[in-house]
Design a protein around this ligand. Sequence first.
Ligand code: PLP
Length: 407
Amino acid sequence: MVSRATAELDVPPRLLMGPGPITVDPRVLRAMSAQLVGQFDPFMTTTMNETMELYRAVFRTDNEQTFLVDGTSRAGIEAALVSLLEPGDRVLVPVFGRFGHLLQEIAARCGAEVHTVEVPWGEVFAPEAVEDAVVRVRPKLVALVQGDTSTTMCQPLAGIGEICRRHDVLLYCDATASLGGNPFEADAWGIDVATAGLQKCLGGPSGSAPVTLSPRAVEVIDARAHVEAGIRSDQDTDRGTRIASNYLDLGQIMAYWGPRRLNHHTEAGSMLYAARECARLLVAEGVDAAVARHELHGRAMLEGVRGLGLAVFGDVAHKMTNVVAVEIPDGVPGDAARNALLEDFGIEIGTSFGPLAGRVWRIGTMGYNARRDAVLTTLAALEQVLRGYGVPVTAGGGVCAAREVYA
Ligand SMILES: Cc1ncc(COP(=O)(O)O)c(C=O)c1O
């Protein structure tokens, strides 16, 4: 018998309306199918430079050091934290969901002395609460998430950047789930380091992590320079405490993306094409226009689920534009209902983690799927699934409410 593993890949059609990954923009898929060139081919290095330029526009920064880390979003997070933090450094992590806990965990693995402050899931921090903790902890770095998809909350950052500058603290932000669909201003908000991924509002696959570093963050990393044996030259002298990871050493990665073209890793060419195309599409649309598109379709989905009679979780005034958490109605088996949506309609939505596992569904409207037809189709299908479980939904209530937003 011939194993199914030898059959051609036959991916079922799906509309990915969860918290990410989302359906990849076909233009990004096309870019990824382009042929590769050599690692130092002029086409390759030009494409890398163009990608840096495009991501400066996406992050809204003049930072020279704006490039990609090969790996999923958490590779970008690890690269930032392992390159900035030395064992024993104090770091403050304001936690308002699962991904704050991830920052805490990664910082602890770097050997940092990690301090956290927390608010209940569904809320964000007032800047004063962060300032009080900064004054108490006196950290080298504040690390926090902008949009925590586990709760759908979007932490306001402008005030926090200002606080960090005033107390001479570095500010790192995980913008994986929010960049491109929510306002983000690396320079204007005083963010020293931000990292992201492609699989949310940027409309790509996971596997590449755009990163931007302010000059003061670069200084901290340069003070820890250790170029690996075999590729180092006379100009390289070891400085400071060596960064504990070779692969995620942002000093060596900067030297690879910069004019020196240090032969560190082999750039993941197809992901470079993907990342470039994601940013190109966003910049061509206009970053503000893309944020406005996410706001519009996110609002239509929000009003749509309310129109179905469902309750929305968390502080809606601070909700990310691109995802909504809906309380699963009493008596409805959350996972079975999600499966019905997938099997009968080819539509995927998500549940959440920790205290929200099995309590909410998370429905995304992001990247390529921040579109009217995707929103209306999802609401129509969800209504049918809820009816199947005997939920007394308003007939057509979801689609009607969303269409009013579009009117
Ligand atoms: C805010 C945030 N940070 C980090 C991650 C981790 O990203 P990845 O799975 O690409 O490593 C995610 C993924 O959902 C996320 O939403």
